[in-house]
Design a protein around this ligand. Structure first.
Ligand code: NIG
Length: 399
């Protein structure tokens, strides 16, 4: 593999305070050199490599790490979205509509839909993604979704406990037994993580705990959807069980914030979901000031957040969640990596994976200052310019 230099970078964000100024490790007037799929060095402009790309003074940031997506689904719920905008409330029950469509789709249709969304996300600067199942809700459909997800990432999450499917209506404990037993057994070999939607209308505290314990016994890392539609036990459960991340965190009490600050679980905000479901926005400022680790993610899914645009999420995080521009960019890069417990992505320290994004701007602040403008000029994955097909096939593993 030949080396490549991105030369004449006006502002390079490394996310490594040892390499530059402040928590973002900002380096002005730099060259970023990739070799063998990884970052080789940060040098002065004019550095030499086999290939050269001139950034002409633009800003280069670490590749975006999207730690929460549901890319494997079929069907369309735009009418539900339109009804919501006209005043109808968001309900977790909509998941079942996508479940019907996903079960009915062929494997090749689902793979093609997932590839299309992954390619859209790469064009939006998302160089590493997590992907969940959760629209199969039966053993073979969940397993199939995870097999498909594995073609696109090594951060695959088993989310059999996303909703109680219609055939188990009124028998949620029996469904939890299925998730913790035969479904987990079939799905664990394709998964790194297990997740549960701990929320009124989905799974209660004891059911959620049972799912997480079963996943942990099967060797999976833990993730939780919690506190999305109202206050609830999701955050405290996630922290107590040492989950890598608790996602949504729209409704947080002071006790929840204290628990997050005292634990190792990353609070992952999904602001495009609050936008799309007309929920209030969480106050990330309070969470950051309390000392907790935070991330932001797109939550790409057909019901509550049908977007692959992290730029949009970053803009919302600043405008509505009270993050600074620097905090929001870091939450979408290093924060996502931390939420996935990865050290190989989310920063541009020599040795890290060669994932970076050149913006059509002199600063990352333009992602908020120029909302809605396509500012992702060029995406680099594993040290090479990404092509539309970069989303197909497994990404590099850590280590
Ligand atoms: O993260 N919260 C649960 N799951 C998705 C919703 C998916 C849907 O409505 O289809 C979410 O928002």
């Amino acid at each position: 593999m030949s080396s490549l230099v991105i030369d004449n970078i006006g502002l390079l964000i490394t996310n490594d305070p040892e390499l530059g100024e402040g928590p973002l490790g900002k380096v002005r007037n730099a060259a970023l050199v990739f070799d063998g799929g990884a970052v080789r060095a940060i040098e002065q402009p004019g550095a030499v490599a086999d290939q050269r790309i001139d950034a002409e003074g633009r800003c280069v940031v670490p590749g975006i790490v999207d730690s929460h997506t549901h890319l494997v689904f079929a069907g369309d719920r735009s009418e539900e979205f339109a009804a919501r905008m006209a005043g109808q409330a968001y309900e977790a029950g909509g998941i079942k509509v996508s479940t019907e469509a996903t079960r009915s789709a062929s494997r090749s249709q689902l793979t093609e839909l997932t590839a299309k969304r992954r390619n859209e996300a790469i064009a939006a600067g998302i160089t590493h993604t997590e992907i969940k199942s959760g629209y199969g809700l039966e053993v073979s459909s969940e397993k199939r979704s995870l097999e498909i997800a594995s073609e696109f990432t090594d951060d695959v999450t088993f989310l059999g406990a996303h909703a109680v499917p219609s055939e188990f209506e009124g028998r949620s404990d029996e469904y939890v037994d299925l998730v913790c037993g035969p479904m987990l057994q079939a799905c664990a070999p394709f998964s790194r993580w297990i997740d549960v939607f701990c929320e009124e209308g989905a799974f209660d505290l004891e059911q959620s705990r049972a799912v997480l314990e079963a996943g942990r016994d099967a060797g999976l890392g833990l993730r939780v959807h919690g506190n999305q539609l109202g206050p609830g036990p999701g955050v405290q459960l996630a922290v107590e069980m040492g989950a890598a991340s608790v996602d949504h965190c729209t409704y947080l009490t002071e006790d929840d914030i204290e628990a997050l600050a005292g634990g190792s679980t990353v609070a992952t905000f999904l602001p495009a979901t609050d936008f799309s479901t007309l929920q209030p926005y969480p106050d990330a400022r309070r969470v950051i000031d309390a000392g907790a680790q935070v991330a932001i993610a797109t939550n790409t899914n057909p019901g509550s957040s049908n977007t692959t645009s992290m730029s949009f999420c970053i803009a919302l995080a600043v405008r509505e969640l009270k993050m600074t521009a620097d905090e929001a960019l870091q939450a979408a890069t290093l924060g996502g990596a931390r939420a996935l417990q990865r050290t190989d992505v989310g920063h541009l320290t020599p040795g890290a994976r060669g994932d970076a994004v050149m913006l059509d701007a002199s600063s990352h602040t333009d992602l908020i200052y120029r909302p809605g403008v396509p500012l992702i000029r060029q995406v680099f994955m594993a040290g090479v310019p990404a092509s539309p097909s970069s989303g197909v096939g497994r990404e590099l593993s850590e280590g």
